[in-house]
Ligand binder design. Structure first.
Ligand SMILES: [Zn+2]
Length: 344
């Protein structure tokens, strides 16, 4: 489990009794008191973070229990890179630049031992249900969650590792190969990244989006794209990857696939996911798959080798103190992602 260090500045989201949410940048109490590091934990100073629709959904209530142990408050930040401040036995040395896998697992339960550590029964996810998120000046992270960054990969690109790993996992879960007629449905960075990854397997893979700005982004990346309004419900796709994860987009995805086609739900949303045309899913024998967080190493390697340059996805750069003001703009046309300089 990741924990914020006392005295550090953080971007905190709070749920009020009325069910609304506020985000503020503040220093947590007890400055100066330094508790000893937990066993198996490394002290990391986050340097850069990416604000994506996932952070926005947490601000909207994803993973936050009103009566939770943290009193309905969470520190945001799932897409983070940083520098090791205090090394742990067997971990990367002080000064090493690292990417942080957001899923912390126990390492001992049946799932962990069975190769399903990302689905650990006791898992916590950084910035979603862990007490501390990465938008914090200092944070304790399980040493096993750290992936050292190569020198040639700067923070501004490395900070896309978690989102790219999710995109790669979505394509893997969909089983895209040379013959798969696939569409990626969404208006977020996950949709763009997943289409770029899918195109490597099948050049005909395309992005289906609602906003003109997303279609222009697709053009910039040189990937095939189509407006959702023009695609309709033809029911001819073999695979549709939904990167929003809402009831509406899942409905659209199930209408786009052919009978016995596959839908991958890769979006993680705070919005309710009511059942969608279950008779259609049953009668047309559509297969629905979930897709969560993939492994980081492959994503870090792709970014380091510049197979993917995510820089067109960065709308702007801000400081940690400006997170609260910037967050509502995420996902709006023209603002796919924002880079936060957490510390220098
Ligand atoms: Zn476990």
């Amino acid at each position: 489990m990741s924990t914020a260090r006392p005295g550090s500045m953080q971007a905190i989201v709070r749920r009020s009794a009325g069910g609304s949410f506020t985000v503020e940048s503040a220093a947590i109490a007890r400055p100066g008191t330094a508790a000893p590091l937990a066993a198996g934990a490394t002290l990391v100073r986050p340097t850069a973070a990416l604000l994506t629709p996932l952070e926005r959904e947490v601000a909207r209530g994803l993973g936050i229990e009103p009566q939770g142990t943290t009193g309905g408050a969470r520190v945001l930040g799932t897409n983070v890179v940083g520098v090791v401040e205090h090394e742990a036995a067997g971990g990367p040395m002080r000064g090493t630049r690292v990417a942080i896998h957001p899923v912390a697992s126990c390492g001992t339960c049946e799932r962990c031992r069975g190769g399903l550590a990302l689905h650990c029964a006791q898992r916590t996810i950084l910035g979603i249900d862990a007490a501390g998120g990465g938008l914090s000046e200092l944070i304790e992270i399980p040493t096993a969650s750290l992936v050292a960054l190569p020198k040639e990969l700067d923070d501004e690109r490395a900070v896309f590792a978690v989102s790219l790993a999710r995109a790669m996992q979505a394509v893997r879960r969909g089983g895209v190969d040379r013959k798969t007629f696939a569409s990626i449905l969404g208006d977020d960075i996950l949709a763009v990244l997943a289409t770029i990854v899918a195109v490597e397997e099948n050049p005909l893979a395309r992005l289906v989006a609602s906003h003109e700005s997303t279609l222009r982004l697709a053009e910039q990346f040189g990937i095939r794209h189509r407006a959702l309004a023009e695609t309709g419900r033809r029911g001819d796709q073999e695979l549709v990857i939904d990167t929003t994860g809402s009831a509406e987009t899942l409905l659209a995805a199930t209408r786009m696939v052919r009978p016995r086609g596959h839908v991958v739900v890769a979006g993680i949303s705070a919005r309710s996911t009511t059942p969608v045309e279950l008779p259609h899913i049953a009668l047309d024998e559509i297969e629905v798959h979930g897709s969560g967080f993939g492994q980081l190493a492959g994503a870090v390697d792709r970014l380091a080798r510049r197979v993917i340059d995510p820089s067109p996805l960065v709308a702007r750069r801000i400081a940690l103190a400006d997170v609260a003001r910037a967050l509502p703009a995420i996902g709006e046309p023209g603002t796919p992602a924002i880079v936060v300089q957490v510390t220098r």
